[in-house]
Every structure is written in C-alpha cells, then in structure tokens.
Design a protein around this ligand. Structure first.
Ligand SMILES: [Zn+2]
Length: 446
C-alpha cells in the first residue's frame, strides 16, 4: 500500500509537469482590450493563453491568473487581435521597376523574397495576410513553411497566379491567361488541387462573359472565393454580374467618382441580405500618401524593410526609389488623390463592407509599414471611425476568409494572434506603426 502511494505520487507529478511543459500558459494582464467585435474595450484586461490558443478573456476582477502562467504586463497598452492585411504582394518589396524585378528576382522568390515579406508583415503586427498574385509553387511552399513553424511570418492565404485574359510578356509564371471557358475551368481546377486559398482575378472586362462565368463558377464549386480588380467600371459591372466575392482597389484612374449605373448595381447587390455583405478592399494608402512620401522621403530610410533581405537586394531597391518624384508608377497619382475620399464615401454610403488591404510591395511601399498607414488614412484623413477600421483589419477579414472560428477576434478557443502597443489606439491609430508586442498562435515574436 505504502509503496503504491509512493509510486503513484511521483508519477502524477511527472505527468502534470509534462503537460505543463507541453502547453505553457501565458497571461497578458492590465491593458485595454479591443477584442475585434466592436463593442466597448475591456479595461484592465486579462487574456490567458494556453499553448497556441486563448483559454480565457476577462478583466482583473473576474479572471484569475493561473499560478504557473508567465505573466506579461500590458499595462498602459492597447491590446488587439493580430492585424490582417487583405491585399499584399509578398513577391515584391517596394522596388520601382516591375519589369526589372520580374526579370531578376524570381529565382529568389521562394527562399528569400517572399519569406522576408511575410516576416516583415509579422513584425509589423500583421499576423494574417491575403497574398494576391505570385508563382503557384512558391506561394504554397512559403505559406506551408510558415504554418509548419519552419519560418517566422504572417499566416498567408494565397491565390497563386493572377487569372486574367492574357499575361503580360515575361510574367507567365505568376499570371495565367484564360483562353476559352474550358481553359478557364482547367486553370481553376489546377489551382484548387494545388491548394490555393482564394482566386485572384484581374482584367475581367477583357475576358468573354462565358470565360468569366466559367472561372467564377468553377472557383465556387471548389469553395474558393474570388477576389477581383475593380479598377474600371466594366470590371465592377461584370464582377457583380458573375458574383465575385470581393473587389480590390478604388481604380477609375482620375475619374472623379463611380458612375451612377455602377452605384445602382452596388446598391442592388448590398440590398440582397441572403448573399451576405459586399466586400471591398480599397487599398488607398499607397496612392493617398504618395506626395507626402515624395516630399518627406526620410521614412524610406527606416530600415524595418531590410529584414530578411540580402544587402544587394536592399541596395537595388533603394537605388530604384532614389527619385520618388520621378517614378512613372505614380505620375497620375496627385490627380487621383482627391477622388479617393469620394469613392470611399460612395462605397460606405452604399453599404459595402470595407476591408483593410494595402497592395503592400508596390513601389516605395514596404511590408513593414503599409498596414498601419492604411488604417491611419482611413481614420485621420477620411474620418472613418477607428473601431470600424480595426474591425476591417481583424473581425471581417477572418470572416471573409472562412476562418473566423480560429482567428479575427480575441475569444476563448481561438488562436492567440494578439498584438499590443503602448497608448490608446482608438485615439491615436498611428501608434500601430510600432507595435510593442506580437504574438502569433501563442508564440511571442516581438
Ligand atoms: Zn495588388
């Protein structure tokens, strides 16, 4: 009897020790929690994390802190779900010359460029991102390596190649043309079988309606949502007709506003509750901030965007943006800028749900800095409610992506994708330019 007890106790201790080792507990204590749902923040919050997931959420009065938890103070901080950026390009890093980039760097995409981009996003507090347009194999490989914990980075939801009427010369690796409805279907099947998370469609006004419909229907058959450019009015009209799931950019070149017939179609669509919300990712900050960056280029010298990139690549990028005033990419931007506020207003008034996305990676737009800038322009330039903006970067993206059971809000049972920053982000959204803490799936990266 005595011997049995003696045997039993040490074994029990060993087991409890082992399970504590396997699932360490963390407690984030004291900060103001914005949980992503949009209601009042929780003051003096407590978040208990067990392993990869959130175990409990509450405040210091109602949520006890387990004795064996590692306590991390969030006093004085805003605590919020890891941000999402719904429109990034991990295969580019701010270089100004796409032709040159596409000729030079594809061999480095998978092992250097895309992992660097994903890591830069993560360190900027972006724990999830929709990566819209890159070679198929590299997209899948980088996404999977991050998910397996082999390399640090934002969780990526990838489209692989753009689907479009015809690839531009030299871009065939990441732009797939569609030649007839059957070809369109085949290409979607190939992407689906490779395991992409989403389909990226552009130039759909140049496809035949039969091709376009085949592509979108086939994607939906495989439970893949379709993201489509909304650059030209006819892209939007056709996209709405075939039921694309999210529009990108505000487009329209320098035209002052969306035409009336397009707005009528959008309102007709948002009125159909059975179809769910109409989502739109306007990606405004790159355009809106262009003149500011051109005239105040000091921020380009912030070395956060060097992370993971070899010196030679950094030098190459830096040389390409030496004269921000001379970049062809932005020649029309000053004329487009005043139209952005109008178009955002039109979309919001029509009941569209906006998502935060940036086109990160375009000339002078670095993954380490894009996302907070988008939030800043929405809130401080367009007067959008900061809580709306934060939800557009947390709650809604996770829902759109079909992963809201796992991420998007700070809720027991979900992955612990959590960031914290000193100060009150609801009052000063630009504090997000330098987050103090980044936790993804329970692991602290910053
Ligand atoms: Zn883009």
């Amino acid at each position: 009897m005595n011997r049995k007890v003696r045997f039993f106790i040490p074994l029990f201790l060993i087991f409890s020790f082992l399970s504590a080792q396997e699932t360490p507990l963390k407690a984030l204590v004291g900060g103001t929690l914005i949980d992503g749902y949009g209601s009042n923040p929780i003051k003096n919050s407590v978040i208990i994390i067990q392993g990869e997931r959130i175990l409990a959420v509450g405040n210091q009065d109602n949520t006890p802190i387990p004795e064996n938890a590692e306590v991390i103070s969030t006093e004085g901080m805003s605590v919020l779900p890891g941000l999402w950026d719904m429109h990034v390009h991990t295969m580019i890093n701010g270089h100004a010359d796409y032709d040159y980039w596409d000729r030079t760097y594809p061999p480095l995409f998978q092992d250097v460029i895309m992992p660097a981009s994903a890591q830069q996003l993560l360190m900027a507090g972006v724990t999830s991102a929709r990566d819209l347009g890159a070679p198929l194999e590299a997209s899948i490989a980088v996404r999977d390596a991050i998910n397996a914990g082999k390399i640090p980075g934002a969780t990526l939801y990838v489209s692989g190649p753009f689907i479009q009427h015809k690839p531009y010369p030299g871009t065939e690796e990441f732009r797939w043309g569609v030649n007839g409805p059957e070809d369109g279907k085949r290409k979607i099947q190939k992407l689906a079988k490779a395991g992409v998370d989403v389909i990226k469609l552009i130039d759909q006004d140049q496809m035949t309606m039969a091709e376009l419909k085949a592509v979108v229907d086939e994607a939906h058959k495989y439970k893949l949502k379709v993201v489509a450019h909304g650059h030209r009015p006819e892209e939007i009209r056709r996209g709405l007709q075939v039921g694309v799931d999210c529009f990108e950019h505000t487009g329209l070149s320098s035209a002052p506003a969306y035409p009336d017939d397009v707005m009528d179609m959008i309102r007709e669509r948002t009125a159909q509750m059975n179809l769910g919300p109409l989502f739109w990712c306007p990606t405004v900050e790159g355009l809106y901030n262009y003149e500011y960056v051109r005239d105040n280029p000091e921020k380009l010298d912030n070395d956060s965007w060097h992370l993971g990139l070899p010196d030679s690549v950094v030098t190459d990028i830096r040389n390409s943006i030496k004269h921000p005033d001379q970049l062809p990419y932005f020649q029309l931007t000053p004329i487009r800028k005043p139209t952005l506020r109008t178009k955002i207003r039109q979309l919001m008034d029509a009941g569209v749900v906006l998502l935060v996305g940036t086109d990160s990676g375009i000339p002078m737009k670095f993954h380490s800095q894009s996302t907070w800038n988008e939030l800043d322009v929405w809130v401080n330039e367009f007067g959008i409610d900061p809580m709306y903006a934060i939800r557009a970067a947390t709650y809604w993206p996770a829902l759109w992506m079909g992963v809201s059971d796992d991420v998007g809000t700070i809720t027991p049972g979900k992955y612990a994708d959590i960031i914290a920053v000193n100060g009150d982000v609801l009052r000063y959204i630009s504090l997000l330019q330098d987050v103090d803490m980044v936790i993804k799936r329970g692991t602290r990266y910053k």
